[in-house]
Design a protein around this ligand. Structure first.
Ligand code: FES
Length: 76
């Protein structure tokens, strides 16, 4: 799977977001439906963003605080 060993930094806006957890989205960090097309067995992570802010979104697939990066990529 095309996970990357660094988080994706986004200037996020408030609202309900769906972040990719399968690593296959062409619109990372957001889900684009690739998990279904590619039958990955994964589902997007729904997350409510309370206010506009900078976020560090996991792209290694190993965080224990999805969708946020928790530094797990640096322990790989
Ligand atoms: S495209 Fe990856 S979870 Fe939907």
């Amino acid at each position: 799977m095309p996970y990357h060993n660094i988080p994706t930094i986004v200037e996020e806006t408030a609202g309900i977001k769906y972040y990719c957890t399968c690593g296959e989205s062409a619109k990372k960090p957001y889900c684009d439906g690739a998990h279904e097309r590619m039958n990955t067995g994964k589902e997007p992570k729904e997350h409510i963003v309370d206010e506009d802010r900078r976020m560090s979104i996991c792209d290694c697939g190993r965080t224990s605080n999805s969708p946020m990066c928790d530094g797990a990529h640096s322990k790989m």
